[in-house]
Write a protein that binds this ligand. Sequence first.
Ligand SMILES: [Zn+2]
Length: 199
Amino acid sequence: MELRGKSRGKLRGNIKSDVFVIGCIHGDEPQGKFLIEQYLEIKSDTNILFIPCLNEYGFKNNIRTNKNGVDINRNFPTKNWVKSEKNEFYGGDSPASEEETRFIMDIVNKNSPRLILTLHAPFKVVNYDGDANDISKKISEIIGYPVEESIGYPTPGSFGTWAGLEKKIPTVTLELDEKINVQELIKPVFKIFALLENY
Ligand SMILES: [Zn+2]
């Protein structure tokens, strides 16, 4: 778990970045990590706080969960958290039981960003929680995926529910296309990052 961009060199404390972008919450969705790292290659001076790869174990092993078999995106201490079956959506033994979950909670709690974007795959939608309809529409126009407010099915313990609905921080979940070459995502996703630089 590494912080990049605005926070470079500081692992904790007073980061003061208004926009967070988080990649690779699910280890088998590496697009976000790749795109963030490419972006930082060309843009050393950024207003965005990037977490390129939250789930490093999952990334290294190409699995959704972390080393404890927990889906980090079901482990946040939301009102609707439930102890679930031990499959790839397992929410952990208790809310916020995982270090990756607590890492993000700590940074968000200390910095109160105005907007958070998380990068996932493969559903090709712009999903949001909280007051993020306008920015989601702009992101949708850039990348050509539809906007969907997350009311389709329950995702207890998700990051979007925790940050967007319960902490009232507008949170956008961008589900990227995994079928095309990730190189083709560079152009639209860099445009989205550029939009967020000035958010
Ligand atoms: Zn995901």
